[in-house]
Ligand binder design. Structure first.
Ligand code: MTE
Ligand code: HPA
Ligand code: MOS
Length: 782
């Protein structure tokens, strides 16, 4: 890919290394591939460190009658054991509501819930000892399924409704009407580095915690409350995570609180690193949903009225489920104008692990709903699904207000869809596929084009703020810190590029440093894809403050006007002279000019009233579209992705190489969600798919045979974001809805022209085979 012209390149004849817009590699790329990058588990272990293991509940819903931990205590190597009554402070690690116990307080609410923790000299000793507990349970009735929860009105939070227009009247007046129910599976984040924290006791009962977390500030706050202290008494640090994907937004608090409590009690360093099976059993995932719809439409496929019921499995506590389900309600329009709409959202309390953030944060599930409905409409009318999708796109200057009253001002849906339709040769290939399917009885192909429109900003307005801290040392090198965290997405590289650009120095003069609650306080989680938008601006502000001081100093020192001073290419032009950046810094230091500054940013223009579900929750939207073609074997249900064409909007990309990695990686992760990753609980509420042997994430051989991803050219963000870039972390995941619909297209070819197969997600071979078998047996979805 061509490097885009960066602002640096435009201003100066020669550009600095690592300018904004240059496709430089991830700053840790060489360390990732050589195994030298330091993750939490690689930090040199302090003297006499203890290793922890967690004793978990084996019942989904039960009172604890008695816990006998004597065998655990007596096991070899064991130093201490703690449970609910040993917590000096608050027994809670819930991020929003205090309904998430660190250790079960006499009541267990899911299989895998933490009941106690054991500290031993080695990891093995701790894990073996944890299995020796004798816990007597008195079983209570569990609720294990969202439908059952709705029937019993078992909710973690109140149900919500968004209404616009009159869906009832529109439905009864519509010429055509379809109703249906969908099952949509969840997804495990499957970060390569599992959940981990190491807590070091510090002076006077304080704690220093290394945590693999997207939200160091929250870990700090909750660990402090657990040990009965305050935020000032705990420091949390995270250099990088080995992947997070939303799974480390709230979940690390439990791990860090346990490590912190044990360190606090024993006075020794304590590390808790979950084994993969325990990680999958104990920590939250993407919410699975049941979705009901009732839609009325005209003969062209335009929706006249629609009603959605979304019921998600939140698990045993609220966690982030409020905001996640809100985002589902905000994205069940995707790229389509829904004039008369009622959306009901139930946040179901089930006796399963509390579900949490996962790339897209509820958005993908909402978009799944509307894309399925549009596919249904098209098949019912015997039309190309793309034609029906297009019929419903948001307009420009009309039909441009969302169901939550935000006016869409940056609509590029049609532009992006027509471009990818053409690049992928969609129309011709659709005909070829029909001809292929007519000739082949058992092997079938399918194709689909789906768009993405994803709202950027935390929907909780107050979270859209960020801070940074920049120091310049006397040798002209720079230390950059900000509230964001690095999980592989390249945030630290992008922020360093912004600082390099602002100061006009090569990026190798900049040290990117670990997230640290004592450097930047009260930071939001690195989430909502807003990491570079928020922290990029905050770091830019910090660098600009120091630059302003340097300019003021140079003007006085060299007797020139401030406007005659310019930073370019590692040098500073001062009137007719030019000196190196380093020497200006040295002189400024000598004259006692401060070379350190904080920076702060708050996203402008957003305002949103959650009580009425209206306003402007999103600063802007990120767009994309994809065409996927698949092939299925109707005798086994096996499927392969043959070709994918993506066109994605990154605005003016801060780093096209990193953004392309996000586009491809996000898409593949989405394809895994919708085709192979299946979470399966048995009737006892036990997750049976808790290791890669039974839970199938995509591997290299699952990549599309022909994978063509491109970024939209000349796509400046219409809002004034950092260098007019757009957030890219989550939106590409939803491009994979095209894979699901291509599979559905292939399955539908088994039936007659208007056949509407019932295909549940994920479209695993079993799910595809079920749908095909139903069609062959002459059943029709209705
Ligand atoms: N990319 C990698 N490699 N690893 C991750 O864990 N998380 C995703 C996305 N891309 C993730 C990733 C999620 S869920 C989000 S919200 C964003 O990155 C967060 O980072 P950003 O805001 O800096 O894009
Ligand atoms: N997205 C991701 N994470 C979040 C959000 C959001 O909108 N709100 C709170 N945490
Ligand atoms: Mo991403 S789900 O917002 O951490």
């Amino acid at each position: 890919m061509d490097a885009k012209t960066s602002p640096g390149q435009k201003d100066a004849g020669r550009s600095i290394a690592g300018a904004v817009g240059s496709p430089i590699p991830h700053d840790s790329g060489h360390l990732h591939v050589s195994g030298e990058a330091i993750y939490t588990d690689d930090i040199p272990e302090p003297r006499e460190m203890l290793h922890l293991a967690v004793g978990m509940s084996s019942r989904p819903h039960a009172k604890i009658r008695n816990i006998d931990l004597s065998a655990v205590r007596e096991a070899p190597g064991v130093v201490d054991v703690i449970s609910a009554e040993d917590i000096p402070g608050q027994n809670n690690c819930g991020p929003v509501i205090a309904d998430d116990p660190i250790f079960a307080p006499g009541l267990v609410q899911y299989v895998g819930q933490s009941v106690f923790a054991v500290a031993a000299v080695t990891v093995d000793q701790a894990r073996k000892a944890a299995k020796l507990a004798k816990i007597e349970y008195e079983d209570l009735e569990p609720i294990l399924d969202p439908r059952d929860a709705v029937a019993k009105e078992s909710f973690v939070l109140p149900s919500e409704t968004i209404k616009r227009g009159d869906s009832k009247a529109a439905l009864s007046a519509a010429g055509n009407r379809l109703k249906g129910s969908l099952n949509l599976g969840g997804q495990d984040q499957f970060y390569l580095e599992g959940q981990i924290a190491t807590a070091l006791p510090a002076e006077d009962g304080d704690l220093y915690i290394y945590s693999s977390t997207q939200h160091p500030g929250e870990v700090q706050h909750l660990a402090a409350l657990a040990i009965g202290k305050q935020s000032k008494d705990v420091v949390v640090e995270c250099r990088r995570m080995g992947g997070a994907f939303g799974g480390k937004e709230s979940q690390p608090a439990l791990i860090a609180c346990i490590a912190g409590l044990m360190a606090n009690k024993t006075g020794r360093a304590c590390k808790l690193r979950l084994d993969r099976d325990d990680d999958m059993t104990m920590t939250g995932k993407r919410h699975d949903f049941v979705i009901d719809y009732d839609v009325g439409f005209d003969d062209t496929g335009r929706i006249e009225g629609i009603e959605f019921m979304f019921a998600s499995r939140c698990g045993m506590s609220a966690d982030l489920s409020g905001a996640i389900n809100d985002r589902t309600m905000f994205h069940c329009d995707n790229a389509y104008y829904l004039e008369n709409v009622t959306i009901v959202s139930h946040r179901c309390k089930t006796h399963t692990v509390s579900n949490t953030a996962f790339r897209g944060f509820g958005g993908p599930q909402g978009m799944f709903g509307i894309e399925y409905v549009l596919d249904e409409i098209a098949r019912y009318l015997g039309k190309d699904p793309l034609e029906v999708r297009r019929r419903n796109f948001y307009g420009i200057g009309e039909r441009d207000i969302t169901q939550y009253q935000q006016k869409i001002k940056d609509n590029i849906i049609e532009e992006i869809v027509s471009a990818v339709e053409e690049n992928a040769d969609y129309q011709a290939r659709r005909k070829d596929i029909q001809a292929f399917n007519d000739k082949n009885e058992f092997i079938k192909r399918g194709i689909a084009l789906t768009p993405v429109k994803f709202g950027i900003s935390f929907t909780a307005t107050h979270l859209n703020q960020a801070g940074a801290l920049v120091h310049i040392y006397t040798d002209g090198t720079v230390h950059v810190n900000h509230g964001g965290t690095e999980m592989g997405q390249g945030l630290f590289t992008k922020v360093a590029q912004v600082v390099a650009e602002e100061l006009q120095i090569d990026i190798d003069r900049i040290k990117i440093t670990a997230s640290d609650t004592s450097k930047v306080p009260n930071a939001s989680a690195t989430a909502a894809s807003a990491g570079s938008d928020l922290n990029g601006k905050a770091a830019q502000a910090a660098a600009a403050t120091i630059k302003k001081r340097l300019i003021k100093f140079a003007a006085e020192h060299f007797h020139v006007r401030q406007s005659d001073i310019e930073f370019e290419n590692n040098r500073v032009r001062i009137g007719k002279e030019s000196i190196s950046f380093d020497s200006l810094v040295q002189r400024a230091w000598f004259e006692r000019i401060s070379l350190s500054s904080t920076g702060f940013y708050r996203t402008p223009k957003i305002n949103y009233d959650r009580t009425t579900f209206s306003g402007r929750p999103f600063f802007y939207y990120a767009y994309g579209a994809a065409v996927s073609e698949v092939i299925i074997d109707t005798l086994t249900g096996e499927n392969r992705i043959l070709r994918v064409d993506i066109l994605h909007d990154c605005g003016e990309s801060l780093n096209p190489a990193i953004d392309m990695g996000q586009i491809e990686g996000g898409f593949v992760q989405g394809a895994g969600w919708l085709t192979s990753e299946e979470l399966w609980w048995n009737s006892e509420g036990e997750l049976m798919t808790h290791a890669p042997s039974t839970y199938k994430i995509p591997t290299c051989s699952d990549l599309p045979v022909d994978f063509r991803a491109t970024m939209l050219e000349s796509a400046s963000n219409r809002e004034e974001t950092i260098y007019r870039s757009k957030a890219v972390g989550e939106p590409p995941l939803m491009l994979a809805l095209s894979v699901f619909h291509a599979i559905r297209d292939a399955v539908a070819s088994v039936g007659d022209e208007q056949c509407r197969p019932q295909l549940d997600a994920p479209a695993t071979p079993e799910s595809v085979l079920r749908a095909v078998t139903a069609l062959r047996a002459g059943e029709r979805s209705s």
